[in-house]
Design a protein around this ligand. Structure first.
Ligand SMILES: NC(=O)c1ccc[n+]([C@@H]2O[C@H](COP(=O)([O-])OP(=O)(O)OC[C@H]3O[C@@H](n4cnc5c(N)ncnc54)[C@H](O)[C@@H]3O)[C@@H](O)[C@H]2O)c1
Ligand SMILES: N[C@H](CO)Cc1c[nH]c[nH+]1
Ligand SMILES: [Zn+2]
Length: 438
């Protein structure tokens, strides 16, 4: 089912590894031009472009671009109680874990009367994207909204594509999740156009520009976030899902295969990579995968994902080499199924989230572990974090020096300022020293 890349007996550098590891042909860079055109349409034509894009890509005219409050209320009232209970548990766990992501304010005293405070300020307004193309993602409402609320953001807008199956409305479970969390600014708009609408605003529907845009999405959404990132802050690009599993022959083939399959069902562009030091075990997992893939409801999508250029089994000499492969790839999700999982973890540097052992599969993190499922893709785990309360916070330093503390460093400031040929800087402190008779 998965093709093999055999790296045994080779000592490759991280950049050489990146050259041979699988990646999707349609990546964010390739989608950038198309996404930018869709954003430009929204900038120029506002709501008319959003409606035209929904008709073109979602095959439906949105009933309203701005969802009326009554629809949100009705969606929660009619929500299946079991789904409501699951959402509520997810909210509780994600909120607890997100609260641990707010750094404390600090005060550092450098000398008498010389103090630097650091505080963490939430941004004012955010636009949160909730995907809704091949699947609908009420869980992403929770994963976006809860950390924003924990950070203290007061103005929250949500966007999700209009659904043909819902007659041009947003899927009711998404609306119910928004209502459960007390968010009532919800727009039926999807893809790159929705990201453009958040970044630049759409006055005709009362949508003001936001400071930060977060949330997962397909390659067009991820490209649009990159395109607007000079205008609004973004989280990681969080594009088509990826899973990389490191396993040795102590693991259970059916579990490894099921977890690989779980992420393949998101998108034909989903990346599925399995790294192992055991060829017989690789064959068992591949056979399991073929059997499970044939029987899964989204078999067509899964087959395209598993056989695409972005998916493979990578054979390595040992688990140290497996970690090197994983670090070079920088997966969104890394699962570790080895005899000594913590020893393997010690070799890992780059990953969006790490799932340890047979009983911590990725779908646990997708829904209810308490961790956030909005995670960096396309190798961005090398420099980016998953979504968290910190995504909505800015560190601000507050400088408090009194007269004596400034006098103590005046000479040093003058020395550096003059060396940089910035004498007005030197003068600003010299003036105070002169006034104080120093
Ligand atoms: N990395 C993460 O944290 C994470 C989390 C959850 C989901 N995901 C990913 O989110 C994605 C969800 O994708 P989806 O498609 O189901 O929903 P989506 O809402 O992201 O995308 C649907 C929208 O894409 C646009 N679109 C569709 N075809 C297009 C085309 N040819 N050109 C331009 N725009 C087009 C349309 O505007 C449509 O409304 C999947 O790839 C999934 O793997 C990622
Ligand atoms: N696996 C996705 C993150 O890449 C998140 C998700 C939401 N629903 C199901 N799965
Ligand atoms: Zn998932």
């Amino acid at each position: 089912m998965l093709k093999y890349i055999n790296l045994r007996g080779q000592q490759l550098s991280p950049s050489q590894l990146r050259g041979v590891l699988p990646r999707a042909e349609l990546d964010v860079s390739a989608a950038l031009e198309g996404a930018t055109k869709l954003i430009d349409e929204v900038r120029a034509q506002g709501d008319a472009a959003l409606v035209a894009q929904a008709e073109r890509f979602d095959g439906v005219t949105p009933t309203h671009l701005r969802v009326p409050k009554a629809e949100l209320t009705a969606a929660l009232e009619t929500l299946d109680p079991k789904v409501r209970a699951a959402l509520e548990e997810m909210i509780v766990r994600v909120r607890k874990a997100s609260e641990a992501q707010v750094p404390p304010a600090t005060t550092t005293t450098l000398a008498d009367g010389a103090v630097i405070d650091q505080r963490w300020m939430p941004v004012n307004r955010v636009g949160l994207y909730v995907p809704g193309g091949k699947a609908v993602y009420p869980s992403s409402v929770v994963m976006n909204v809860v950390p924003a609320q924990v950070a203290g953001v007061t103005s929250i807008a949500i966007a999700s594509p209009a659904q043909q199956a819902c007659g041009g409305g947003i899927h009711p479970t998404i609306l119910a999740a928004a209502e459960l969390l007390g968010v009532d600014e919800v727009y039926a708009m999807g893809g790159a156009g929705a990201i453009g609408a958040f970044a630049y605003g759409v006055p005709a529907i009362g949508l003001d520009p936001v400071d930060v845009i977060t949330g997962p999405g397909n390659v067009w959404v991820a490209a649009a976030k990159r395109a607007v990132s000079a205008v609004a802050g973004i989280d990681a690009e969080a594009g088509p899902t990826e899973i990389l599993v490191i396993a040795d022959d102590s693991a259970t083939p059916a579990y490894v295969a099921a977890d690989l399959l779980s992420q393949a069902e998101h998108d034909e562009l989903a990346g599925v990579v399995f790294v192992t030091d055991s060829e017989p075990f690789a064959e068992q997992v591949n056979a399991e995968l073929a059997a499970q893939a044939a029987a899964t409801p989204h078999a067509d999508r899964v087959r395209i994902s598993l056989t695409g250029s972005q998916s493979a089994i990578v054979l390595v000499d040992d688990l140290e080499a497996a970690c090197a492969v994983s670090n070079a790839y920088g997966p969104e999700h890394l699962e570790i199924h080895t005899r000594d999982n913590d020893a393997t973890l010690a070799g890992i540097t780059n990953a969006g989230a790490i799932f340890m052992g047979e009983y911590s599969p990725v779908p646990l993190g997708d829904y209810i572990a308490g961790s956030n499922h909005v995670l960096p893709t396309g190798g961005q785990a090398a420099h980016a974090s998953g979504l968290g309360a910190y995504t909505f916070l800015r560190a601000q330093q507050i400088i408090r020096y009194d007269r004596a503390a400034l006098a103590e460093v005046t000479e040093r400031i003058q020395a550096i300022a003059n060396d940089e040929d910035l004498p007005a800087h030197a003068n600003a402190v010299a003036l105070r020293a002169a006034n104080d008779g120093a």
